[in-house]
Design a protein around this ligand. Structure first.
Ligand code: NAD
Ligand code: IPM
Ligand code: MN
Length: 339
């Protein structure tokens, strides 16, 4: 097994070091190769993701990424030129983002109940494709567009994946989140796709929430959701809400999957480079460690993923909620528990 590692910017390298510590404790046979990509390389050389590096990454079984983004780099350069480029070039059409409230974790909700969602965010389409432009820039008549792209092929494959995941869970429930009352063109494609595929998955019950209502229900009644499927931008937003109600962004893991297996999938915490705490040693590496769990599952090592997840579950159930997190201490503890 060959793993490419992109620590990236800010707290990225700090949390990735702990993720690798835990990975090494359960799977010492996995060979990890670091790649220097991110703000420092761009500042030094002007490079974001050279073609030669992209080709090398393709030769790995999976990628572990920390985070990208730096206050010294104009917004969008690293995000588009590196992170989104990886997701698009490697056809990461499923962005898998589980949100579970672990025992012992304090939710900001007074009565959260049981929360166990599997958010499936489309990863290669929507308003993220860069289909837009600007006219008359820097004039009072400037016009800017970002046109959301939704294809029958792209929507079908992510909705199909969501049905398959729903079928494998005890509740067998799938919710489409969209804005079909306003975005009628794309909304209709998403709704029809869910409706059509539902005949292939009669065991799965189907529901729908408008995204504005979903943002509310994630806070007032998150237990109603099991698997959700949604487009790229709605998925970005609602998964931060899902993270917040299940204990915070420091616990939210993700996998960017090419379900066809043609390209390596990429695993990363949902959070960013957190410049406000970078270098202080207080970033929670748990999201990265849980992403390592998703990676192991994906690489066909579910017994190792279970060990990692059990270590996290135990650690979270015994954490002192008032104590400040120390990144390396959490990593040491999780590695010892998992190994
Ligand atoms: P962020 O996730 O970096 O930070 C939001 C807040 O959460 C901050 O207060 C931060 O301190 C806190 N936080 C994040 N991760 C944490 C952790 N592991 N432990 C404890 N606290 C944590 O989001 P932002 O501030 O909106 O963005 C900062 C930069 O990161 C931007 O450049 C943005 O583009 C980039 N970004 C990258 C990714 C990615 O690489 N996948 C994701 C989101 C944002
Ligand atoms: C995420 C991030 C990225 C996204 C940004 C940094 C491009 O917010 O992984 O959730 O919008 O997908
Ligand atoms: Mn996001």
């Amino acid at each position: 097994m060959r793993l490419a590692v992109v620590p990236g910017d800010g707290i990225g390298p700090e949390v990735v070091a702990e993720g690798l510590k835990v990975l090494g404790a359960v799977a010492p046979d996995i060979e990890a190769t670091p790649y220097d990509l991110g703000a420092a390389r761009w500042q030094r050389t002007g490079e974001l993701l050279p073609d030669s590096v992209l080709e090398e990454l393709r030769g790995h079984d999976a990628i572990l990424l920390g985070a990208v983004g730096d206050p010294s780099v104009p917004a969008g350069i690293l995000e588009r030129g590196l992170l989104l480029k990886l997701r698009f070039e490697l056809d990461h059409h499923v962005n898998l983002r589980p949100a579970r409230l672990f025992d012992g974790v304090r939710s900001p909700l007074a009565e959260p109940g049981a929360i166990d969602m599997l958010c499936i965010r489309e990863g290669t389409e929507g308003p993220y494709v860069g289909n837009g432009g600007v006219l008359r820039r820097d004039t009072p008549h400037e016009v800017a567009t970002e046109v959301s792209l939704n294809t029958a092929f792209g929507v079908e494959r992510v909705v199909r994946y969501a049905f398959e995941r729903a079928l494998a869970r005890p509740r067998r429930h799938l919710t489409l989140i969209h804005k079909t009352n306003v975005l009628t063109h794309a909304g209709s494609l998403w709704s029809r796709t869910v409706e059509e595929l539902s005949t292939e998955f009669p065991e799965v019950t189907v529901a729908y929430s408008h995204v504005d209502a979903a943002a509310m229900y994630f806070i007032t009644d998150p237990g109603r959701y099991d698997v959700i499927v949604t487009d790229n931008l709605f998925g970005d937003i609602v998964t931060d809400v899902a993270a917040a109600v299940t204990g915070g962004i420091g616990l939210a893991a993700s996998g960017n999957l090419d379900v066809s297996g043609t390209n390596p999938s990429m695993f990363e915490p949902v959070h960013g480079s957190a410049p406000d705490i970078a270098g202080t040693g207080v970033a929670d590496p748990t999201a990265t460690v849980l992403s390592v769990g998703l990676l192991l599952d994906h690489l066909g090592r579910p017994e190792l993923a279970k060990k990692v997840n059990a270590a996290v579950a135990f650690d979270l159930s015994t954490r002192d909620p008032k104590a400040t997190i120390r990144t390396t201490e959490v990593g040491d503890r999780l590695a010892a528990l998992a190994g």
